[in-house]
Unconditional design. Structure first.
Length: 179
């Protein structure tokens, strides 16, 4: 019964948080700038790997990581970005919002074509003081929607082979501001 109540509460929270705002519409039309200590460009494959204090910006999007790999499509446009770090970080300003959406994880995959950010391994998203943590978090930029998953086992035991509990999804919601 308690597990059912927890899942129902989580579902209601996620539905109530999924606001209809979208990311800055102009981000996709902006150039991408990347600063790094080193770059390895394979133009034939459409893959560029940047390493060492990497900072990538595209409009309001900013990613920082130890290593960023950029994948381009056939027209040499931005297809996706994979950032790794301890942690890698992502920031973007949604339309109609006062604050940025910030995220961090050991692995961040930004898919420009699907307008999604997938965070893996110790993932965290903060949006106007509301935080989501879990092993995997998917952020749909266009829908301004977050889906978080824990690393619990299929049996629901929640323990690794080492006896340590696996990470669960956690949401912290700020109280609604009164006018």
């Amino acid at each position: 019964m308690n597990n059912y109540v927890s899942r129902s509460a989580l579902l209601l929270l996620l539905i109530s948080i999924a606001m209809p705002a979208t990311a800055l519409k102009t981000d996709r039309d902006q150039p991408t700038t990347i600063d790094a200590d080193r770059v390895d460009v394979n133009d034939k494959k459409g893959i560029s790997t940047f390493s060492g204090n990497v900072v990538m910006t595209r409009g309001s999007i900013k990613m920082t990581a130890d290593k960023i790999t950029v994948y381009r499509d056939k027209e040499k446009g931005l297809d996706s970005v994979r950032a790794t770090g301890n942690p890698a970080k992502y920031k973007q300003r949604p339309d109609s919002k006062q604050g940025d959406v910030t995220a961090q994880a050991k692995v961040i995959v930004y898919d420009a074509t699907k307008a999604t950010v997938i965070l893996n391994k110790s993932a965290k998203v903060d949006q106007e003081g509301n935080t989501f943590t879990g092993e995997t978090i998917t952020y749909d930029i266009n829908k301004d929607q977050v889906l978080a998953n824990s690393s619990r086992t299929a049996t629901g035991s929640g323990e690794t082979g080492s006896g340590k509990p696996k990470q669960r999804v956690r949401i912290t919601l700020q109280p609604e501001k009164k006018p």
